[in-house]
Design a protein around this ligand. Structure first.
Ligand code: F6P
Length: 754
């Protein structure tokens, strides 16, 4: 259609020009033709006059003039000759043929004949008038007046006009057709060229292989399209964005509203008894809780966890259940009680002195004690029993969380063989050699293979797990489908990168502005207003790279003295596993290094490093994120790390720089952060300096992309992908059961073999 319009724009002027040409050319051509014919007529008249002169002279001898009359009558039989007249030397009309007009006197004829267009219109049509003196031997005898027929000229002119109009029309049509063809071809060329640009081919090679001049246009167009796409993604959100309602509808449709049970060690809300004896509720510093809690709210299921709070027993009903979140009651928490010995052996001992350092490879030796292992087994069984007790059907969906419950999947499988068990390992999985350190490696692997689906944050961890199974168990591994078959059961190994809940508009609207957050943070921690602020937010754990971060801050101040007196580093370190020696020693070491740095670089009585070794509520942490110029995440090894995602979610002003360890799973999906090797102090110090001097436009560009990624790959997507895989698995199981029992239609058999 557009091509047609373009052609019309060209063709209409063409038709106008051709019409105007015909309008002016035809009269001109007529007058030229007439002149040519007038000349011919005159020559013909002269010829006739000469030929007839003798006959006329002889005829004049007849006094009655009959002979002359007869001669003229014969002569006008010529079809081109209309009439003839004979004028005496004195100008008197003596003889004329019948068709000669009476009113045409000899003088008139003479005058007319001398004009450039000697024409006269008679009733029979136009005639040409010519006058020819006739001379005899005796001298001039008179003048012959000839009237030649001109009507044939009018006929010819009419024919010529028709031919000319047909010719111009033909030329016009030919030009139009050629134009249309050329326009079509070039339009198609442009269309395919533009398509090539959109596919990105225009930047790689000249369009169509032959239009290098379009390369700059291609680059420009591509850049513009990218900008538009970015803007669209940032401000409109992703079309298929995962959120709570979408997850709920997935549960209703694909899982037919089946019961969802979560098992984790850490509970989402802890009831504590305050110093005044009053009970208050606390949210633990836990990435697991941050991720799983919004999913649980959407699922309305049952969460089974260790009741570790001092007032937890007071808050539950007689079935050890409490509805959460407080005041909203969207799901049930079933608390499991552990004795101090059990907690010591299972949680502190086997899980956190054995499995934790084993999986993190952070240069802290794993400790494996037989007694811890026995408690680990006992507690896993206790939680498995709780799952069975809470199950309302024989095939619930059970979401097992983390390294505290490596044995539980197989325990549940034994009691509920039809359950769908999804186990998610929140920490890294080491290579087979490192994993081989564990004396109970085989039992751990067997326990985990009770799962229907075994999830890790990254493909790399999946690969390590499959290799460990390959090394230590007699299992069949199908790499193509990422499945492991062991003792007749199949487990699907997949990566599901965990994330956070993206803040809603309502919650964002309640946040103070970044400037206000900054003012509050400065006031709270006595930081001068002009200082640049870097933050770190972690559990007080040796895997988080807090020591390396402090060394980097120290190096920054050595290398760039210009930051002294202008920079403050705030480190939130939430107490964790403080009963363990390794953690106590780590905390002491951090405090010691902090003191040293402060002694070296504090100015005006204000510490350059603020170590806040206490629990902070989400609102406080969010305020810190919004106040900061830089966020430092320097884990030595981390499954994913959600602090970096929380920082990004907090920066709706698209400012602030994220410095992120390449050993955190998050680094794979967040390339716009400044990615560092935390062991390389110099590199981290340089990254901090670069962050502090980064122009706002670059910060915006990086932060906008990070936000778009985290928003799209949010926690609902994490859960949604796992539950979609679980639903597919359940469907497959149902179909294959039916096939085995009764036989089934062909399409069902095919589906079962998917
Ligand atoms: O990262 C592993 C993990 O279990 C997380 O899932 C959780 O955020 C964190 O450790 C908390 O540890 P704990 O429950 O021992 O305080």
């Amino acid at each position: 259609m557009k091509a047609f319009n373009l052609q019309l724009r060209f063709l209409v002027p063409l038709v106008v020009v051709l019409t105007a040409a015909a309008y002016f050319a035809l009269p001109l051509m007529d007058s030229l033709t007439l002149r040519w014919f007038a000349r011919d007529m005159n020559m013909r008249g002269n010829l006739m006059a000469n030929t007839l002169s003798e006959s006329i002279a002889a005829a004049l001898e007849d006094p009655k003039g009959r002979k002359l009359q007869q001669l003229f009558n014969r002569a006008v039989e010529d079809e081109r000759m209309v009439a003839m007249g004979w004028c005496s030397p004195t100008g008197e009309l003596l003889t004329r043929t019948a068709s000669y007009p009476r009113e045409l006197s000899c003088d008139d004829a003479d005058r007319l004949a001398s004009e450039t267009e000697p024409r006269l219109r008679l009733p029979g049509g136009p005639v040409h008038v010519s006058a020819h003196p006739v001379t005899a031997e005796s001298g001039p005898v008179g003048q012959l007046v000839l009237l030649h027929d001109l009507s044939f000229i009018e006929r010819r002119s009419l024919d010529t006009r028709r031919y000319l109009i047909a010719l111009l029309a033909g030329v016009g049509i030919v030009i139009a057709l050629v134009t249309m063809a050329v326009a079509q071809l070039s339009w198609r060329g442009w269309v395919s060229g533009t398509r090539a640009l959109l596919r990105g081919e225009g930047l790689v090679r000249p369009l169509g292989g032959g239009a290098p001049e379009l390369a700059p246009v291609a680059a420009e167009l591509r850049a513009r399209l990218r900008d538009l796409e970015d803007e669209y993604r940032r401000y409109q959100g992703h079309e298929a964005e995962w959120d709570a309602p979408r997850l709920q509808s997935l549960l209703r449709s694909q899982l037919r509203g089946d019961q969802v049970i979560v098992v984790s060690n850490r509970e989402p809300y802890i009831h504590e008894k305050g110093k005044d004896g009053r009970v208050f509720v606390r949210r633990p510093a836990s990435g697991l809780v941050t991720a799983v809690e919004p999913v649980m709210r959407a699922c309305s299921g049952t969460w089974i966890a260790h009741g570790s709070g001092t007032a937890d027993r007071k808050a539950v009903d007689r079935h050890d259940r409490v509805a959460l979140p407080p005041g909203h009651e969207e799901y049930q928490l079933r608390r499991v009680w552990l004795s101090p010995e059990e907690e010591q052996g299972y949680y502190y001992g086997f899980a956190n002195e054995g499995m934790w350092p084993l999986c993190h490879v952070a240069h802290v030796r794993p400790v494996f004690r037989e007694s811890d292992w026995l408690y680990y087994k006992t507690v896993n069984q206790r939680f498995a029993d709780a799952v069975v007790a809470e199950a309302r059907s024989e095939d619930p969906v059970v979401l097992v969380q983390d390294y505290h419950f490596a044995l539980l999947p197989a325990m549940v499988r034994r009691r509920l063989p039809r359950a769908t068990i999804l186990t998610f390992w929140h920490i890294p999985w080491p290579n087979p050699e490192s994993f081989g350190i564990c004396p109970w490696r085989q039992e751990i692997l067997e326990g985990l293979l009770g799962s229907t689906i075994m999830g890790f944050h990254t493909r790399f961890h999946c690969k390590n797990f499959i290799e460990a199974v390959d090394r230590y168990l007699e299992a069949r591994i199908e790499h193509e489908h990422s499945t492991i078959s062991y003792k007749g059961e199949q487990t699907f190994i997949e990566s599901y990168p965990i994330s956070i809940e993206w803040p809603t508009r309502d919650s964002v609207s309640e946040w103070a502005s970044p400037a206000e957050c900054r003012r509050q943070v400065c006031e709270l921690h006595d930081i001068p207003g002009h200082h640049r602020i870097a933050v770190g937010v972690d559990r007080f754990d040796y895997t988080k790279g807090i020591l390396e971060r402090l060394h980097a801050v120290e190096r920054l101040l050595e290398k760039h003295p210009e930051w002294r007196g202008k920079f403050t580093f705030v480190q939130v370190a939430a107490p964790t596993r403080a009963a363990l020696e390794e953690y106590q020693a780590f905390q002491q070491r951090i405090e010691q290094v902090t003191r040293r740095i402060n002694e070296r670089f504090s100015a005006g009585g204000r510490e350059v490093v603020r170590l806040l070794a206490q629990h902070h509520e989400h609102e406080q942490v969010n305020r810190l994120y919004r106040a900061a110029d830089v966020c430092l995440v320097t884990s030595l090894h981390d499954g994913m790390n959600l602090v970096c995602k929380e920082f990004v979610a907090a920066r709706d002003d698209e400012q602030g720089v994220l410095v992120l360890s390449r050993f955190a799973g998050a680094a794979r999906d967040m390339p716009e952060a400044l990615i560092v090797n935390p062991y390389h102090v110099e590199e981290v110090a340089d990254a901090i300096h670069r962050s502090l001097t980064m122009p706002p436009a670059e910060q915006r560009e990086r932060m906008a992309n990070l936000r778009s990624t985290v928003r799209e790959f949010n926690v609902y997507r994490w859960a949604g992908k796992m539950l979609t895989d679980a639903a597919r698995w359940r469907l497959r199981e149902r179909i294959s059961e039916r096939v085995q029992r009764h036989g089934a239609p062909e399409e069902e058999r095919n589906a079962a073999n998917m």
